[in-house]
Design a protein around this ligand. Sequence first.
Ligand code: MIG
Length: 721
Amino acid sequence: MDNAITVSLISPNVVRTHVGRERRSSFAVVKEGESGGEGPIVAVAENTVSARFSDTEERVSYEASGERIVIRGELGPFDKVYGLGEKALPLNRKRHRVIMWNTDAYGYATGTDPLYVSIPFFIVLRNGRAVGHFVDSPAYMSIDLGQTDFGEFTVVVDDESVDHYIIYGPSIKDVLRSYFELTGRPFLPPKWALGNQQSRYSYYPETNLLAIVDRYRRDGLPLSAVYLDIHYMDGYKIFTWDRKRFPDPKSLIDKLHEAGIRVVTIIDPGVKTSPTYPVFRSGIDGNYFCLRRNGDLFTSRVWPGLCAFPDFARDDVRNWWSSLVADFVKDGIDGVWLDMNEPAGFDYKDHTVSDDDLMHVVDGRQVPHARIHNAYALLEAEATYEGMLKARPGKRPFILSRAGYAGIHRYAAIWTGDNTSSWEHLRLQIPILLGLSLSGVPFVGADVGGFAKNTKQGRFYLDPELLIRWYEVAIFTPLLRNHTSIDSPDQEPWAWGSAYEGIIRGLLKLREELMPYIYSLAWGSHELGEPIIRPLVYEFQDDDNVHEIDDEFMLGPYVLLTPALERGSTVRRAYLPKCKWLDVRMGSEVEGGAVTTIDVPLGNPPVLVREGGVVPMMRESLIALIYPGNGEFTIYEDDGESMGEPSKLTIRQELKGSVSRIEVGKRGPDSFNTWVTLSIYTKNKPKRFLIDGSPAQYSARGSFIEATVKPGSAVELELGD
Ligand code: MIG
């Protein structure tokens, strides 16, 4: 029956309603869970489902009409709505209507919709409680969040069946954790992927690439990886090399590895339809490409000319693709960059394939492209991930993808595509990245310096001030990669001379110092399902003042960034959530709960640490910056690229009256054995300082005192007044 509604309890906090025809297998959900016993009270009346959780009730109605399903729920006047993946909109999506349709959005602007990634998962915050809604369909979908009717959200899915999950919090953290239980854990990145990376469309021939690497080294700029864009290929044919530009890829990669630099190559999905090209021939022989309704090969023009498109929805096709990837990366390629995977096609409006005639095969049945469009990149990423694993067993794959759907976090990082070199985009990237983070994609970043439309005469152009401001944001985001378009002037850190380069060097070094913190956050995203960068509402849900803030953000639980986002600014205003904050640059405390004016001198971005904060950093040795209060942080350490268990060290602190106790986790089978220098903020000289109960020495450094302790130690100090 077309209108059947089936309600299942997935876990005590998750209710699933299936609407429409028979269930299809989901590309996003990996584990549905089984829940007996406790849970919400669910009532079904006609086409309405009510789920009563401990302190809130969700009522949702469904209409199915064969080709289209409509889901309606309530929105209260003060509700906030977060999530929905990559959207060039404010963090709070209330009063917007958005489309789920992965699109090649070259040079997009504020408000452009849709972009490359579609994640039909949103979180409603009402009276302090968060409830998530995940509408699991990769088909075309529109989501109206109180735009047409202020009191209602309406989801229209162009599909014959859909699963709708209601995910109760009450915290946003809880909603995200349940979402990850359904859709799987975020992939664990190799450590180098959190380092500084350099790209361009395109570095070739190999002497040019080596010159870039050499310049980085000579100028003392940290660099972890370089990217090869489409010109490394022979006529843009994927899984090939242009042997004139890159005569011996293996020895080039070996040479880069010796210098400690990783190599990431771009791969597009389209396969050139050339009878002499082995990849095309094997795709034809295996019948691995998408066909038209009438059985003809489906083709569209992309970079190489006319291309065929692998049908990634099929297991055998993903297998074939993963073997191609495995074979290609086995000579040492460290990461794969998946572009054009919306999929893009030059013969279509918006450069994006959308063709009623294009068919896929899902579960042995023909399915029109529009029904699974948004999952194309996810399935490609899954196959690519498998391929990297095949070639490098036990080593973490790294994939950077442009498009994606719910579940993409299991396999790939996302960058925000073809942004522009503009102040508008510097500002816009923050809500986009935060929106992705709240939609379950922790590993995100934007092209530093901007990608598109950067011409000296045009409306958009990059200058050193904007580039530096951009680095001031990007060094605190998971993916840190400078990349630009084929027609842009150079924008490497040295492009405007040594004074500016020196400032950028300082910022890149700050990033390196923060690596123990950032790397541990990446582990935390994998193990605990917490985003790496977070909007303030994630950490301070009860502080109404932060619900709409998207020009500030948190890196992990303790570091607050209030970057300069306007040309010529020397100060900015920022709201600091209700607690005490330590301005690390100034070594001074700031009381939160109010809007404050903060200095933003070029090259010295404000870094505010939350009361109770523990922030591990690497200087000559491991340091933990401690701002007395209540808090803890687990530091993860390992070789940075194998799949094994990490070592962990938890630093916990507690403040009672004026007595602060800091415990450096015990050494255990899985903890590491490094001594840690505690760098503790103390306004005045402490009255007492004990290590393991005995008076001990410390050294003073400005408003910090420092002592180096071994794992298993406890420090106690009485703060001076
Ligand atoms: O149509 O591979 O977003 O990062 O440099 C352009 C060339 C294709 C788009 C990507 C961009 C990349 C470019 N690609």
